[in-house]
Design a protein around this ligand. Structure first.
Ligand code: URP
Ligand code: ZN
Ligand code: ZN
Length: 475
């Protein structure tokens, strides 16, 4: 079935122009003026931007964590993502020590197959350094289409891996075309500070933030960057929150190292005071790293603008307030860490970024879609509007004013961390590989229609930064 999108303004990471888009089946066939095809359904995009679908490089669907399981699974989470203008997610597959990497992927395929409404890929956690793991990693890259590997430097005794694991993962990734991702916080020191806080009777949600100061994010980010330089490898730092971490990434990049960074909408618009809300409501804002002092927000925006940070992921990891966040009622360290953002990532970045003049329209598309496609080996299939690319397209009305609320969102969670937040702009119609998933704001897709995406290897040519390891190590 063919479709032609007419009367819209196409926006990519590099261009803004008026043209029609002809879609044949799953792909964009042509872009041009006054396109016509008698067999094509015409979609009127008057007043809308025609943008590549958002790519969210950081989600946790159906994930066991903190003594419970995230509230959104691949069905509810991807439907919510589609409502929010996202047509691809890359989800984190957790591994179990002593079990094969392949068995972890099988588990994640079982969770997602037949459920996802949009396309999805996986990052794979590396939990421990052993011979089997590093023998299997190259096969995973070559055969499974999973090319990005996540190391948690925090969550001691749960997910945390040691520096040897990080270093060996970096070396294996360099040799086989992988990209290493880190949750950069010093988990050992956080563990000590947490025990001390609890000993003193400090159990409220705010102590989650006070026991995870920004210095510990900066320290871990710098450590990971230096190990990356030593291994001559490539690193992607997830959910960057603060000046201390941005500085480490900027410095590594200024020396030519292949270090990339992501921040999240929550760090761009919320701050640490939310954890002080009374009646345990602060628990709604407990995730890691924690929300920071407001002064960090402009630092993060500037880093996105300057290209020191490349992407905005949602870190969508939803837990209900009732029954799930409440697990930590008398002990902040037992509050499941995570928040619901997959639906609002696109609109918050547009409204707070483009509408407030912090980033340009092209930069918005680059950050919300194109850069993630390039970093995770999906470009140009995803991340742009061009002949031959998948027809993952958002018709976005840039003038609608609306208020984010649990009453209207589609995420399977009983609160919005952005309740009452006003945004300008809304995805009206969303296509995934040529099919409508959202039409005039209504979900019309099919859970199960989303396909697993094999990601390509890390492409050095898309990211020219190279450098000499000694510079960074000798400082
Ligand atoms: O608190 C968070 N961010 N939960 C999800 C797991 C992670 O650290 O990304
Ligand atoms: Zn994390
Ligand atoms: Zn996460």
């Amino acid at each position: 079935m063919k479709k032609i999108i007419k009367n819209g303004t196409i926006v990519t990471a590099t261009d803004i122009y008026s043209a029609d888009v002809l879609i044949d089946g799953e792909k964009i066939q042509a872009i041009g003026q006054n396109l016509s095809d008698i067999y094509a359904e015409v979609i009127d995009a008057s007043g809308c931007y025609v943008m590549p679908g958002g790519i969210d490089p950081h989600t946790h669907m159906d994930m066991p964590f903190g003594g419970t399981v995230t509230a959104d699974n691949f069905e509810t989470g991807t439907i919510a993502a589609a409502h929010g203008g996202t047509t691809t997610i890359i989800d984190f597959c957790l591994t179990e020590k002593g079990k094969s990497l392949k068995s972890a992927l099988e588990k994640w395929h079982a969770k997602s197959a037949g459920k996802a409404a949009i396309d999805y890929g996986f990052h794979l956690q590396i939990a421990e350094a052993n011979e089997e793991v590093f023998k299997e990693m190259p096969q995973i890259i070559e055969e499974e289409g999973v090319t990005s590997f996540k190391i948690f430097m925090a969550y001691k005794d749960v997910l945390q891996a040691d520096d040897e694991t990080l270093f060996q993962t970096l070396i294996t990734a360099r040799e086989h075309g992988g990209l290493v991702m880190v949750h950069a916080e010093n988990g050992d020191v956080i563990n000590y500070l947490t025990i001390e806080a609890l000993k003193e009777g400090n159990t409220e949600p705010i102590y989650h933030a006070l026991t995870r100061p920004p210095e510990l994010e900066g320290e871990a980010t710098g450590r990971a960057a230096r190990l990356t330089a030593l291994a001559d490898s490539q690193l992607y730092v997830v959910h960057v929150t603060c000046k201390e971490a941005v500085e480490q990434i900027a410095e590594a990049r200024s020396r030519g190292y292949r270090v990339f960074g992501e921040t999240c909408p929550q760090y761009l618009v919320l701050d640490q005071t939310y954890l002080e809300k009374p009646e345990f409501e602060g628990a709604k804002y407990v995730w890691s790293p924690p929300l920071r002092d407001r002064s960090n927000q402009e630092i993060l925006w500037n880093a996105l603008k300057s290209g020191e940070l490349q992407t905005v992921g949602s870190d969508h990891c939803s837990f209900n307030f009732r029954g799930q966040k409440e697990l930590g009622k008398n002990d902040f360290s037992k509050i499941p860490n995570g928040g619901p953002f997959v639906e609002d990532r696109f609109s918050v970045l547009f409204s707070e970024g483009v509408k407030k003049g912090r980033i340009s329209l092209n930069e918005f598309v680059n950050i919300i879609s194109t850069q993630a496609a390039k970093l995770f080996g999906l470009f140009p299939r995803k991340g742009t509007i061009a002949p031959g690319s998948d027809a993952d397209i958002v018709l976005f009305d840039p003038e609608v004013e609306r208020t984010i609320s649990v009453e209207t969102h589609h995420m399977n969670v009983d609160y919005s961390a952005l309740e009452g937040f006003k945004v300008i702009g809304e995805p009206i119609t969303v296509l995934s590989r040529g099919d409508f998933v959202i039409k005039d704001r209504q979900f019309v897709g099919n859970p199960g229609k989303g396909k697993f995406l094999k990601c390509g290897k890390f492409n050095h040519d898309s990211h020219k930064e190279t450098g000499k390891a000694e510079d960074l190590i000798n400082r």
